[in-house]
Design a protein around this ligand. Structure first.
Ligand code: BGC
Length: 412
């Protein structure tokens, strides 16, 4: 059977399928008092207030509520707690409560990401996730969070992409603290898993209505020439060190209710890792006639292969925690939404239990190591206007149609 998208004009998804959008606190609120303070992206932009979401949240909620039937987001721990084991800050508590209430008021499903790549400076100063006390400190914070917000939460990601965090912060020097230290990288992962288990057991005992999992960063990896030892070892590095091996740490004892993973495309290996955000990577992809956005090769069929792989392996419900396109070409974004949903539907039709899809991202935001020049949003932000004016894109209107009808129409 052909895998090419486009055989059907309309795809109908199961009732209650989640069509959400997704953000993370420091990428829309700014660095706060986290390790991202004073961070300057590769595009030269300082991360200060990002898109000023913390002040403009009421306006932003209108877009969030319009775009999806669900919302996946994180809160800034550094605003909520000023010290280890300290009380939660009143003002920040009320702020996030208003967001939860707005979501609940409109019957939206909520996925709370308890930790999305950012941590309070007071925690980092004590060694961050490499410190043996980190799990207890985090668990105290999470218990306090759940005491207040548990009634509003449907799904939890204890950690966003622990594999990406450990490798980008402690091997590849992309994220703070920009270290290359495999020993610390392993400690970070061990502490995060310890913390994950504590939260999992706590939630299952006290709040059984909440489903708990992680978001695993996953890309489809292929060597251009499997016979080349260099390419094979690079593929091994990515697949083992970066991807499934880390996932296995978090899944080995079955303490997850769903398999959550983000998917942005395929990573090809030649003499080096082919990345569309590097000139040499773009040249390879262009020479081979392969589609890409500003960051990665676009490879929608990969989402289907990964869903099948994970579902066959774990037999747990699957949720796509993030998928999106870094581009200024909104037609490309729309096409990618369609083609990824096409492949998700195909996996569902073949028996995989996929429960939801969160588009990354609700807004153009501060893209991790790069800055605001990489735009993933369904809503644009005009950085040249003093009020950082928001405007829904055509892709946002397209996504609204999808989430409100539960079906996806092909773009002609
Ligand atoms: C991360 C986001 C990031 C996105 C695009 C995901 O891996 O969770 O924080 O902005 O990828 O790079």
């Amino acid at each position: 059977m052909s895998l090419a998208p486009g055989k059907m004009n309309k795809l109908y998804f199961p009732k209650d399928f989640i069509f959400g959008t997704s953000t993370s606190s420091f990428q829309i609120e700014g660095a706060g008092k986290t390790e991202w303070q004073n961070f300057v992206g590769t595009d030269g932009t300082l991360l200060d207030v990002a898109i000023d979401h913390y002040r403009k949240y009421r306006e932003d909620l209108e877009y969030i509520l319009y775009l999806g039937n669900a919302y996946r987001f994180s809160m800034d721990w550094s605003k909520l707690q000023n010290s280890a084991f300290g009380p939660l800050d009143k003002e920040a508590r009320a702020h996030y409560l208003e967001i939860f209430e707005a979501l609940k008021g409109k019957n939206k499903k909520t996925m709370l990401v308890l930790n999305h790549f950012s941590n309070p400076m007071w925690m980092i100063k004590k060694g961050g996730w490499a410190s043996s006390g980190s799990a207890d400190v985090y668990f105290d914070y999470v218990k306090k969070i759940l005491d207040i917000y548990s009634g509003y939460i449907d799904l939890i990601n204890t950690f966003n992409e622990p594999n990406a965090y450990a490798n980008l912060a402690y091997i590849l020097k992309d994220f703070p603290p920009k270290r290359t230290n495999p020993y610390l990288r392993n400690k970070v992962l061990a502490n995060m898993y310890k913390a994950h288990k504590m939260v999992y057991d706590h939630v299952k005992k006290k709040y059984p209505h909440i489903s708990v999992g992680i978001s695993h960063a996953c890309m489809f990896v292929q060597a251009l020439n499997e016979r080349s030892p260099i390419q094979r070892s690079l593929r091994w590095f990515l697949e083992y060190y970066m991807f499934e091996h880390v996932h296995e740490i978090f899944t080995k004892e079955g303490k997850i209710d769903f398999i959550g993973f983000s998917y942005y495309g395929r990573i090809l290996i030649s003499r080096y890792v082919v990345l569309a955000y590097e000139k040499r990577g773009r040249e390879v992809l262009d020479r081979l006639g392969l589609d890409h956005d500003d960051m990665w090769e676009t490879y929608p069929a990969g989402i289907y292969y990964l869903i099948k792989r994970f579902y066959d392996k774990y037999r747990k419900p699957v949720i796509i925690t993030e998928n999106g396109t870094s581009t200024d070409n909104d037609e490309l974004r729309k096409n990618n939404i369609y083609s990824h949903l096409y492949y998700i539907k195909k996996a569902i039709d073949e028996g995989a239990d996929v429960r939801g899809y969160f588009h990354w991202s609700t807004f153009d935001n501060y893209e991790l190591a790069h800055g605001p020049s990489r735009r993933f949003g369904l809503v644009s932000i005009d950085h040249s206007s003093p009020g950082l004016e928001r405007k829904i894109k055509q892709s946002g209107e397209y996504y609204h149609k999808i989430s409100s009808s539960g079906s996806v129409e092909k773009i002609i």
